[in-house]
Ligand binder design. Structure first.
Ligand code: ATP
Ligand code: MG
Length: 453
C-alpha cells in the first residue's frame, strides 16, 4: 500500500515544520499549507488522504476549511487541532463531520495512532469495494453496470443465451444499452473470435441498404464499379447485428426472412447462392407488435426474430443503478479526458440522483462527459451540469432510499461495526474500547451517541 498523503495546515511556521518533519520521518507523503485557502487549492488539484488542520487561523478557519474540504471530497478525513480547553470548537468540528480532533500541544504518538486508524479505514474501504465487485461478478460483463434486480435478470438471460446460436431481439427505449447487450452476446459466445458486424438500418436508404447487406457484382447497377461483399458475407463466422430493425422496408423484410430461414442469399446482379454461418441479433425501440398489427412489419419475420426477446428497462425503472452508473461513467470519462476528476459533490449528486433521464444511460453519459470536460475542480459541482438539471422542479422520486449505498455510508457502517465489536470485546468498558480503537474516550462517546449504539 502506498504511504498516506497528509496535508498539514497551520499558519504558524514552527508548529507546521515540526509536525511535517515528524510525519515525513515516519514515511508519509507530507504537504504543508499556511492557510485554509492554500489548503483548498491543494485539495482541488490533487488527491490527499488526510487533512490535519489548526482550528484557529487568520482567513479561513479550520472549521471553514473542513466544510470546503467536504465539498471537494466528502471521503477525505479531516482532523482538527484545537487549543487546550476549547472543547466547544472541537465539538462543533465533529458535528461538521471532522474525523477526529487533537488538542494542543499535539502528542505525536497520539497523532500517529490516529493516522494508523485512518490507514486501516482506507484499507477497509478498499476491501468493501472489492467485495462488492466480487458479488457483482455473478453476472458481470465488462463495462456493463447493473446490480439492480431488473438488470441482473437481463444479464442472467444474456449469460444463458450468449453461448447459443439463437436469434435475439433486443428491445428498449433509446439509450438503454441495446447495442451494449448485443456486443455482450457476441463477445461471450463461441463466435467471439469471429467478426461482430453492425448494420444501422435506419441510417441508409433502401437501395443502398440492400447492396450493403447482400453485396453486389460488378456492373449490377449504375455505379457498381467493383464487386463488393455484403455485410452478411463479412459477418461469416461471427454475429450480424441489425440495429433499428423496425425501420426495415417491406421488400427487404421479405429478403431478410429468406436469409433467416435458409442462411442463404445472392449478391445483387448474381444468381449464385451464397451460404453463410452467422448469428443474427436485432434491436429496436419501436413497438413491433403494433407494427405487425398495422401490417408495417411482417408477422413471420417478427416470429423469426423474436426467438429470445430481451427487454431493457428504462433507467427510471431501475434507479438503484444510477449511483453505480455515475461512478462508472465518471471513471470512464476522466480517463478518456486525462483529467483527474474523482468525485461528485454532494449537491451535484443530489441533482443527478433526482433526475428522470428520459434519454436513459446515453443521456447520463452525455451529462457526465460534458461535466468532466467543463469542471475546473477534481469533483463535479452543480455548475458543471446543464441548467435544466439545476432548475427543474424538485420532484420527489419514490425510490430514493438507495442513495445510502454510497461509499460514505459504507464507511460509517464499518466504523459502527468496529465500535460495536470493540465495546463487546471489552464488556462495554469505554476507556478500553477507545484505547483499542485508537480514539479518545470523548470521541468514542460522541460516536456511540451518533450511531445510537
Ligand atoms: N448498463 C450500462 N452500463 C454501462 N454503460 C452503459 C449501460 N447501458 C448503456 N451504456 C452506455 O450508454 C450508451 C448508450 O448505449 P447503447 O448505444 O447500447 O444504447 P441503445 O439502446 O443502442 O441506444 P439507441 O436506441 O439510442 O441506439 C453507450 O455508450 C453504452 O456504452
Ligand atoms: Mg443503438
Amino acid at each position: 500500500m502506498d504511504s498516506l498523503s497528509i496535508l498539514v495546515v497551520d499558519d504558524e511556521k514552527a508548529q507546521r515544520d515540526m509536525v511535517c518533519g515528524f510525519l515525513r520521518k515516519e514515511g508519509f507523503q507530507v504537504l504543508g499549507a499556511i492557510s485554509g485557502e492554500e489548503a483548498l487549492e491543494i485539495l482541488r488539484s490533487r488527491s490527499i488522504d488526510m487533512v490535519l488542520s489548526d482550528f484557529r487561523m487568520p482567513g479561513l478557519s479550520g472549521l471553514e476549511l473542513l466544510q470546503g474540504a467536504k465539498k471537494i471530497n466528502p471521503e477525505t478525513p479531516v482532523v482538527i487541532v484545537t487549543a487546550y480547553g476549547t472543547v466547544d470548537s472541537a465539538v462543533q468540528a465533529m458535528k461538521e463531520g471532522a474525523y477526529d480532533y487533537l488538542t494542543k500541544p499535539i502528542q505525536l504518538d497520539e497523532l500517529l495512532q490516529l493516522i494508523r486508524r485512518i490507514e486501516e479505514r482506507q484499507h477497509l474501504v478498499r476491501e468493501v469495494k472489492e467485495l462488492k465487485e466480487k458479488l457483482l461478478d455473478r453476472f458481470r460483463f465488462d463495462n456493463i453496470v447493473g446490480s439492480s434486480g431488473k438488470m441482473q435478470e437481463v444479464l442472467s438471460l444474456v449469460a444463458r443465451v450468449a453461448a447459443s446460436d439463437s436469434t435475439v431481439l433486443i428491445r428498449g427505449e433509446s439509450g438503454t444499452g441495446k447495442e451494449l447487450i448485443a456486443k455482450a452476446l457476441h463477445y461471450n459466445s463461441p463466435r467471439s473470435r469471429g467478426p461482430f458486424i453492425r448494420v444501422n438500418i435506419a441510417a441508409l436508404p433502401e437501395t443502398l441498404l440492400e447492396s450493403e447487406l447482400f453485396g453486389h457484382e460488378k456492373g449490377a447497377f449504375t455505379g457498381a464499379a467493383e464487386t463488393r461483399r455484403g455485410r452478411f458475407e463479412v459477418a461469416h463466422g461471427g454475429t450480424l447485428f441489425l440495429d433499428e430493425i423496425g425501420d426495415l422496408s417491406s421488400s427487404l423484410q421479405v429478403k431478410l426472412l429468406r436469409v433467416l430461414q435458409e442462411r442463404e442469399f445472392e449478391r445483387l446482379g448474381s444468381t449464385r447462392p451464397i451460404k453463410v454461418d452467422i448469428r443474427i441479433l436485432a434491436a429496436t425501440n419501436q413497438n413491433l407488435e403494433e407494427a405487425v398489427q398495422e401490417k408495417r412489419f411482417r408477422e413471420d419475420l417478427y416470429y423469426r426474430l423474436n426467438v429470445v426477446p430481451i427487454f431493457l428497462p428504462p433507467l427510471r425503472e431501475r434507479r438503484e443503478d444510477i449511483p453505480d452508473l455515475l461512478d462508472h461513467l465518471l471513471r470512464k470519462f476522466s480517463q478518456a479526458q486525462r483529467k483527474k476528476v474523482e468525485g461528485i459533490s454532494r449537491e451535484a449528486l443530489a441533482l443527478l440522483l433526482k433526475y428522470n433521464y428520459p434519454g436513459n444511460v446515453r443521456e447520463m453519459e452525455n451529462l457526465i462527459e460534458r461535466a468532466v470536460i467543463l469542471t475546473r475542480h477534481n469533483v463535479i459541482i452543480p455548475e458543471d451540469l446543464p441548467s435544466y438539471l439545476r432548475e427543474s422542479p424538485i420532484t420527489e422520486q419514490p425510490e430514493r432510499a438507495d442513495t445510502g449505498k454510497s461509499l460514505t455510508g459504507a464507511v460509517e457502517q464499518i466504523e459502527m461495526q468496529m465500535i460495536r465489536r470493540a465495546l463487546e470485546v471489552h464488556g462495554g468498558v469505554q476507556v478500553r474500547a477507545a484505547e483499542e480503537l485508537g480514539i479518545s474516550e470523548r470521541v468514542l462517546r460522541y460516536k456511540i451517541k451518533k450511531y445510537g449504539l
